[in-house]
Design a protein around this ligand. Sequence first.
Ligand SMILES: [Fe+2]
Length: 222
Amino acid sequence: MTIQVDVSRRAFLRGTFSLGTALTLEFVEPALAISSCFLTPKETEGPFFPVTFPLDKDNDLTQLEGSTKNADGQMIVVRGVVQDELCRPAPGAMVEIWQACTTGRYNHPRDRNPAKVDPHFQYWGRTVANERGEYGFKTIKPGSYPVNWFWTRPPHIHFKVYSRHHHMLTTQMYFSGDPLNEKDRLLGEHPDQDQEKFIVSFAEFRGIPTGHFDLTLKTRQR
Ligand SMILES: [Fe+2]
């Protein structure tokens, strides 16, 4: 599976931070990471928010705790900053993601897609933003899946973000260059300038395609 590569390595931060126990990321040039502080557009939760959660609840979805086998598919890293509309970081924000595996199948009882479930994939995970608002996940690029005979959803990752002083955000992240993006009915509901905020380009970083997705939350009035 090919992920479009059109982001400069300069976009990554210098330094190291730990993302839970499973994943440590290194960066270069922190100031370039925050590209804008426009609110991240909301999207529907969709029908496949988990009804049960895996025992393994970390931010590495590519391998279940206690297993020696990796999930099938292209391993990727998604990371960014949780912040508010004034670009102030939101340390302590909880970010959770859920997604289909590489075949396009969710681990959900209402998913009628006949594609194979990957028993080695952790379909849901969560992490907490560090003191600079940074978060990250290691996962695999999800497959596309049919909604009906005329609509196939492009690869996407669902996000929910919870933060004490901000409104909860539910959204989805898409992959730049995927031809299904242009035909997607959910993505198409947003103006082009908003679509750019959650269509992410990936670049090889330490051998793993890595995408930067900032999550900008609306501050709650006190
Ligand atoms: Fe979905």
